[in-house]
Design a protein around this ligand. Sequence first.
Ligand code: MG
Length: 160
Amino acid sequence: MLSENLVKAFNAQINAEMWSSNLYLSMSVYFAQNGYAGMAKWMRAQSKEELEHAYEMIDFVIKRGGNIEIGQVNVVPSAWGSPLEVFEHVYQHECHVSKLIDDLLDVAIKENDKAAQNFINGFVNEQVEEEDTAQAIVDRLKMLNGHNLVYIDDKLGERK
Ligand code: MG
C-alpha cells in the first residue's frame, strides 16, 4: 500500500502529465492551422504519449491501494511562434518534467517504497530519451535556419 505522501505526489504528477498532454495538443492544433501537417502529427503522438503516462501512473496507484482524484487541469497556452521556438519550448518543458519525476522519486525514496522507486525509475529513463529527442529536433531546426521547413515537417510526420 502506498503512503499518503506518495499518493499525493502521484496525483500531482498525474495532473502534470495531463497538462503536458494538453500542452502538446495545443501545439499540434497550432501546427495544423499553420500548414505544418507533419509537426502537427508529431505533437499529436506526443500528446497521446503523455496521456499514456498518466494512465500508467493511475493504474499503479490503484494497484497499490491508493486513491485517485482526477482534478482540474490548468489552461495551456494557445499562441506559439516559429517551429524552432515551439520545439525549444518542448525541450524546456521536458527538462522541467525531468525535475518533477526526480522529485517524485525523492518522495518514494523518503517513504522507503522500493516498488514505487522501481516504477518511477522507468520514467527517469524515459526522460533521458525525451530530452534527447527534443534537443535533436531543436538542433536540426537551427541548422536549417528557417529554410527547408517542408523537409523537416515531412520527417517529423513519419512518427507513428
Ligand atoms: Mg510524460
